[in-house]
Design a protein around this ligand. Sequence first.
Ligand SMILES: Cc1cc2nc3c(=O)[nH]c(=O)nc-3n(C[C@H](O)[C@H](O)[C@H](O)COP(=O)(O)OP(=O)(O)OC[C@H]3O[C@@H](n4cnc5c(N)ncnc54)[C@H](O)[C@@H]3O)c2cc1C
Length: 399
Amino acid sequence: MSDGEHSSDVLIVGGGQGGAQTAISLRQLGFGGSITLIGDEPEPPYERPPLSKEYFAGEKTFERLHLRPATYWTEKAVTLMTNETVVQVDAQAQTVQTASGRVVRYGVLVWAAGGSPRRMKCDGADLAGVHSVRSRADIDAILAELPGVKHVVIVGGGYIGLEAAAVLRKFGKSVTLVEAQARLLARVAGPTLSDFFADEHRAQGVDVRLGVGVACFEGQGRVSHVVLADGERIETDLVIVGIGITPNVAVLASAGAEVTNGIDVDGRCRTNLPNVFAIGDCANQASKFASDARVRIESVPSVSEQATTVARELTGQGRDHDALPWFWSNQYDLKLQTVGLSNGHDAEVVQGDPATRSFSVVYLREGRIIAVDAINAAKAFMKGRGWVSTGASVEVLSQ
Ligand SMILES: Cc1cc2nc3c(=O)[nH]c(=O)nc-3n(C[C@H](O)[C@H](O)[C@H](O)COP(=O)(O)OP(=O)(O)OC[C@H]3O[C@@H](n4cnc5c(N)ncnc54)[C@H](O)[C@@H]3O)c2cc1C
């Protein structure tokens, strides 16, 4: 090994939720080998969900987002390399190289590189004032500009766009939300939930535009207008783009990893490359809960379970990952909890009355319960967990 080289029994690429949890679970399960965590952000591992919620709203400091206190990593002998981007993997030599020229040799590699926010490809997408929401740096950049901002346009009616809209209304900003699909949350929820959230956001003063895309952004250096596909020009001081992520797979794909929608992994999160695992937002895995058999899930519970699956495998306690997918979102005083994957449902049953702002939507496929969205309804969520995990039949709803 040359001077610049470092060696680690387990090398984790990605200092986010999954990378951190892999190191934590390994130590919890008694792994005594060396662990190195390489991440390209300046901060030690932190949780992302509050970025569009409590951290954005000023209700939590950044320190409270740390997944572990700074001392934890030294106490547990986990070597943290921050501000380092892995640019190359050599799966034969079992080494990675970083942008700064460091070479790290590994026994096992865990690829937990997450995803990058999808960018708009239209004119003006690079103007100042057009933001994404993925990292602390993204939110800090928005917060720094907010005092001078009156009107914000949000592009994308998924959870991140909706959560950002709720916080911005709390700040008293005027908000227009533009969604190209005919309804909000079209990728992840059924029409009942979509309509409920559209009504809620409109009642809170958000100008929700559905079924119309963005043609381009205009401005002299800084964004001043969003031009819609129907020709309307909306004046704005700031834009937030929340149109999903693309999984960070390119470096591992160049090393020979099989990729479809994310890096293909087996039940133990192993890729096709020897001693290389992949987890989290960048990994695609079979799930008995998915309508298409395989799925790439973007959620904290899912990546945390996959991290533990890897740690078990590496400590001789391996078993396949088949965790029940679940997720949450907070907007205004609404707490959504969702269990299962509703894609591919053929019927929805609403339990309770959306007008009371406490209800649930049960999703069915061929008479079996595949998912439940519960709004301010923790008991319905708990019941839903049981139903989805056992694939309960529709009859349980009338019992
Ligand atoms: C604003 C926001 C709100 C969310 N809210 C929720 C929620 O309410 N509930 C929920 O369940 N989930 C939520 N999520 C999703 C959840 O945070 C992700 O599913 C989770 O963080 C995925 O973990 P990960 O380890 O796969 O990726 P990440 O946590 O994104 O970590 C990946 C890390 O790898 C780094 N990296 C990438 N490439 C390289 C490289 N080549 N070299 C070194 N480092 C690299 C990235 O910069 C990043 O730090 C939210 C996400 C966001 C952005």
